[in-house]
Design a protein around this ligand. Sequence first.
Ligand SMILES: Cc1cc2nc3c(=O)[nH]c(=O)nc-3n(C[C@H](O)[C@H](O)[C@H](O)COP(=O)(O)OP(=O)(O)OC[C@H]3O[C@@H](n4cnc5c(N)ncnc54)[C@H](O)[C@@H]3O)c2cc1C
Length: 477
Amino acid sequence: MLVKKDPSFLLSYLEDSSNLKGGYTDRVVIPENVRELASVLKEANSGKIPVTISGAGTGQAGGRIPFGGIVLSLEKLNAMGEIKKLEKGGSVRAEAGVIIKDLKESCERKGLFYTYDPTEQAAFLGGTIATNAQGARAFRYGPTRRCVKALTVVLASGEILKLERGAVKAKGRVIDFESGNKCYKIELPAYKMPGTKNSAGYYVEDNMDLIDLFIGQEGTLGVIAEAELELPDKPKGIFACFAFFEKDNDAWNFAACAGRAGPLSVEYFDANCLRLLQHKYGNVPLVARAAIFFEDEITLSEDSVLKKWDALLSRHDVSQDNTWVATSENMCRQFLEKRRYIPEEMNDMARRTGFPKVSTDLAVPRKNLSDMLKCYSDGLGRSGLRHFVFGHIGDAHLHVNMLPSGKNDYNRAKSLQLDFVKKSVSLGGTVSAEHGIGKTKKEFLKLLYGEEGVKEMKKVKLALDPNFILGIGNLFD
Ligand SMILES: Cc1cc2nc3c(=O)[nH]c(=O)nc-3n(C[C@H](O)[C@H](O)[C@H](O)COP(=O)(O)OP(=O)(O)OC[C@H]3O[C@@H](n4cnc5c(N)ncnc54)[C@H](O)[C@@H]3O)c2cc1C
């Protein structure tokens, strides 16, 4: 086990992609196996020392930034286990510190398709499970939760739980289970989760599986040490396309029709994002004011997929001059790099201006998307703030990024962000669809589930972490 105290080493553990400042710790502890991990927790628990769990630090909500206590980094628990290919699909076991990009590539070499990756490929598997991450392909395959078959979780007490999906289920909203010599009884919150993509607060539903409580818990209920994932087959090929439009409305109409044609992903970019793409890569059609990026699986032949999309694009009057099309693996990879460039550049721009970007991660029921889009364009239009809108339009889930250039701008952006969050809740949406609540969106969680819902979440935490040592400041105070 490594224990690092050198202040220059500790610095990189005091940040993530949220730009939250002021974090501090005097120690980063890096266990090299689950036994060591359990003993760190046992000791911290008996001394009531707060423990902040660290993955790769790509999180957008400050969840891994410590405010006191120790940091527990999973970086050395990075062994990849066996990848089993079955006649249909297969499975993989991996420790929490495995980098998503490596996991994805290893699975693909064995003919399996890991589609649960967030856009940021440097994330750790444990971090993506702790935030229930979901990237563009969640449109077809759903969130990380969907592929988790088993988990090894270490509780604050140091107790090691081996959880298999299907083994322990709640009765209504109560979960009873035994582990070691201990009996646990957890009363689950009564709130109803929004029926959209959602990574806000604890996952709860009637008769739920215990394993689901630990997915999306943002380091507050236990440390995810290892996981077994169930994966589909890698398709024969992928078709990817950027379709450019002169008007936002045309792009949104196309996205709705494209979504019904069963693609892997349907993503939107506004005119400001296209300017960034043009600056970096060139070749963006001059008339373009919006773009839809989508991918489809080639299951039968390349020709049949091309025909299907060509017909849809023609019906929407999108000429070949206004599309970029990729069918080879290499070109698809380049398209994904372009897709990734936008959020990465957004974070870099915020770093360069020195003011945190103010962003949203809201999803609403699809039938309410047009109301939400109108709210965004009215608010952003009035504000005069520099902004970029992009993301998972197929799931009615867009990211609005506002880049303030001074204190006044920042305050205006925060107030607009709150308006957007309230609108999303009023439309039956969520306050965080994929990034989680962390330390930066706690107030939003109350808007979604009320004070009572947050109190009920604290009771769940108390049942599993009675000394309140894990992930302090995440989700609630
Ligand atoms: C450019 C960019 C694009 C992104 N795009 C997406 C996207 O498309 N979709 C998406 O969902 N996210 C996206 N993200 C956010 C981020 O990549 C995800 O939230 C990711 O899941 C975080 O993983 P991590 O290993 O970096 O976790 P960290 O940032 O280290 O931690 C995140 C949270 O999980 C907890 N945690 C970490 N590891 C464990 C563990 N083993 N056990 C228990 N708790 C743990 C931490 O305490 C913290 O609360 C993006 C980020 C960037 C910078």
